[in-house]
Ligand binder design. Structure first.
Ligand code: EPU
Length: 346
């Protein structure tokens, strides 16, 4: 078999994480074909700590160097597997850049992914934290997740149900290290069912002079909002929202609403629970635009931690803990990080 992977020692990961923090991998293995994973594991992983699977590096923070092998899946095929004129089944390898995939699906005449435009990262990472924005989550589109299970050596096809998706969560996040997502199949309609209800989308389309929205125009509106509201990781290091919006019992949400009438609350898919705006609480504690050296909170969005240059992962983590402490003290609410923290416990 031809070798379908490339190995480098003491690899620099700074350009491979969107926070842009310094980190090095003892061994980086770039896998061009997922079929080579058993060989990669046998040769480079067996007996060592679990490997770290690195996609676009847009949802992790290196608090220290990873201990084990770092794996990067480089395959980038995209294909239409089936199309009955109503629904298409499209497949993309884990290494495909998510935003490129969104644009490609729209170009193929499929709807559904337009609200998820411009989310950094790869297709393979999308189901892990069930990426979401503007009222849509990737679970709404997933047909099957293809994965490889190192412990059993099995290749698996997990349907949407089996992925156990929840808000910014899935089986793959809960059982980190158990599966390697190798590709994702999506079910996408040809007839759009546009989701324009999330705050800001309708206004943006109106500002663009659009009165007959299409998926491509919604995609453009989402891109404009994101470019305005969120710092671009190519310009200033960040990993998007650093904290999840906390989900609390409805009674606690009601008490918080009475004490803080401005605190935005959202449905949480269960009447007994409410989702609170973490950004608002962090902002209310005065963190927006704060800087500790090069570790800071974006002046654009209170939920986004930023690296102004040479912040270490440890400094960003310390800042995040300070933010969580002040939100706990003022609101009695526990914040949880959204990105995976490598090399430290939250
Ligand atoms: N707000 C503030 N201060 C700020 C920013 C926001 O008070 O600096 C308040 C405003 O009241 C605003 C509310 O927070 O109305 C909500 O803000 P926004 O619409 O930006 O949404 P979010 O809840 O902060 C979530 C996702 C984002 C996603 C947006 C839009 C999470 C953790 N974050 O943010 O996802 O783009 O909704 O759908 O669920 C990500 O996960 O990395 C991410 C960027």
């Amino acid at each position: 078999m031809s070798v379908a992977f490339r190995v480098s020692g003491n690899a620099d990961l700074r350009m491979r994480n969107t926070f842009g923090v310094a980190a090095r991998a003892p061994l980086l293995v770039e896998v061009d074909d997922a079929a080579a994973l058993p060989e990669v594991f046998a040769r480079h992983v067996a007996g060592g700590p679990p490997p770290l699977l690195l996609g676009g590096g847009s949802n992790l923070l290196f608090a220290s160097d990873p201990e084990g092998v770092v794996l990067s899946l480089a395959a980038r095929r995209r294909q239409v597997l089936a199309d009955d004129g109503i629904l298409g089944i499209v497949r993309a390898d884990a290494g495909v850049v998510w935003h490129d995939f969104v644009l490609w699906t729209l170009g193929q005449g499929y709807a559904g992914a337009e609200n998820l435009a411009l989310i950094p990262g790869t297709v393979g990472a999308a189901p892990i934290q069930n990426i979401g924005a503007y009222g849509v989550e990737v679970r709404d589109l997933v047909h099957v997740v293809e994965a490889w299970e190192p412990a059993s050596g099995r290749r698996l096809r997990l349907d949407r149900e089996a992925c156990a998706f929840a808000y910014r969560d899935s089986l793959f996040k809960r059982e980190a290290d158990r599966y390697i997502v190798t590709a994702v199949e999506f079910a996408l309609p040809r007839t759009p069912a546009l989701r324009l209800d999330y705050a800001g989308i309708g206004e943006e389309l109106a500002a663009m002079g659009v009165d007959a929205p299409t998926p491509a125009l919604v995609c453009e509106a989402v891109c404009r909002i994101r470019r305005r509201k969120l710092p671009d990781p190519a310009v200033v290091g960040n990993a998007g929202s650093f904290f999840k919006n906390p989900i609390v019992p409805a009674a606690q949400a009601a008490a918080l609403q009475a004490a803080h009438p401005g605190l935005p609350q959202f449905a949480a898919g269960d009447d007994a629970l409410r989702k609170l705006s973490a950004a608002w609480m962090i902002d209310a504690c005065g963190w927006k635009g704060h800087r500790d050296g090069d570790a800071g909170v974006s002046p654009q969005h209170a939920l986004v931690l930023v690296n102004h240059g040479h912040a270490t992962g440890a400094a960003l983590l310390a800042l995040a803990r300070g933010i969580a402490d002040s939100v706990r003290a003022r609101f009695g609410v526990e914040l949880e990080p959204e990105p995976r923290i490598v090399g430290a416990r939250w």
